[in-house]
Write a protein that binds this ligand. Structure first.
Ligand SMILES: [Zn+2]
Length: 179
């Protein structure tokens, strides 16, 4: 029997995290986000690339609408560069002035992705960056949708963010909010 997926870790390289943080700050106080690509290795999800919201995205206080055409073009380029050796892992987005916890509306696209055969991602992850105190100190949390043994129920599971090689300096601002 495999270990439960709740033991998974989400590994995000500092460089990728830095890009997401830069986008979060650039769009503050409006929301932004993007797509996470990478690999599943055992119980670890390893992010290798992120694709941002895109130049024609619409950013609002509590939502954003990505520039899908731009995103798909970027994803095609990355897939070609990686010779197709890449998987869609899920999405990321910001909660400007809020905690990095999934809202009720956040759960809807996760469920949609999980049941959409075209996504090939039955357990999508959602990485959220939040700065609850509006002081530029962003916290990150990752959540993963897991199907239950019965198949019909889905639940969100928190994942652990880890820098790639134990270099804490660049990610000091990214503390797990529940630790
Ligand atoms: Zn959200």
């Amino acid at each position: 029997m495999p270990e439960p997926l709740t033991a998974s870790r989400l590994i995000v390289p500092e460089g990728v995290l830095d890009i997401m943080l830069a986008e979060a700050r650039a769009h503050f106080p409006f929301e932004t986000g993007g797509v996470l690509l990478g690999h599943e290795r055992g119980r670890r999800l390893v992010v290798s690339h992120q694709v941002g919201a895109g130049p024609k995205a619409l950013h609002e206080r509590t939502s954003f609408t990505p520039d899908r055409d731009w995103q798909y073009a970027q994803i095609d380029l990355i897939y070609a560069h990686m010779n197709g050796n890449l998987a869609y892992l899920g999405d990321w987005h910001t909660h400007p002035g809020g905690a990095p916890k999934p809202s009720t509306t956040d759960r809807v696209p996760l469920h949609r992705t999980a049941i959409n055969p075209a996504c090939q991602c039955p357990s999508p992850i959602m990485l959220i960056l939040g700065d609850p105190d509006r002081d530029g100190h962003w916290a990150a949390a990752a959540h993963r949708l897991i199907r239950s043994a019965r198949g019909g129920r889905l639940k969100t599971t928190r994942l652990v963010l880890a820098p790639p090689r134990g270099k804490p300096t660049a990610t000091n601002a990214l503390k797990d909010p529940e630790e």
